[in-house]
Design a protein around this ligand. Sequence first.
Ligand SMILES: [Zn+2]
Length: 226
Amino acid sequence: MSERPPVDGHCEQCGFDYGTGDLQGTVTLLIRQSADCSMALTKAAAGPDPKVVRLRPEPEVWSAIEYACHVRDVLEVQRLRIAQCLAEDRPVYAPMDRTGRVKQEKYEDQDPMEVAAALMRMAREFGAAARVLQPHELGKLGLYNYPVRAPRTLGWIIRHTAHEIQHHRHDIIEILAKVEPPIIPKPKPAPEDTPEEASAGEAAADGAPESGAGGSGGSTAEVSAD
Ligand SMILES: [Zn+2]
């Protein structure tokens, strides 16, 4: 199911292509996709059932809030890596521990509105750091850990970050589409029939119907409203 997305070429799942787009175009794309992530989360959190942002569609698949927290943190970590790469001779990036953070940072308990705002702030800061890179800086190598330990150029890090965001934008929207309730008006709750209390036997068969609505005998499978 969760095939690892590629780190080169074309991604079948989200359509990202490592081979196209110059620096400015890539950064613009990243900002736009970040805005989409932020907006999707905000919309769902302000919708009829805000807790959908915390629902995992499957036990092993992150919820929208978890993905959004991840996107926010990726943007921050990658911005710091740009700075590290520029500052050091032979940069070796520390792994970000993507899965460990989910629990440590309590992603699922975070406030979706704050996450959405922080995500956008991190996208703008990443964009500002990336846009000013010069060609010789974009070619600078550092030792990167994902998916395997390998030297990567700063230019690749920018493209890879843009891919991460586009890929997870796709995830967030897909997950919300799965867990969000359809927008249809809720049926009016049926007037509650008082449960026929044990005034035993002789139910006044054709006597006065105590409570309207010819209560068809018994088990009303209540449509639980949550
Ligand atoms: Zn992808």
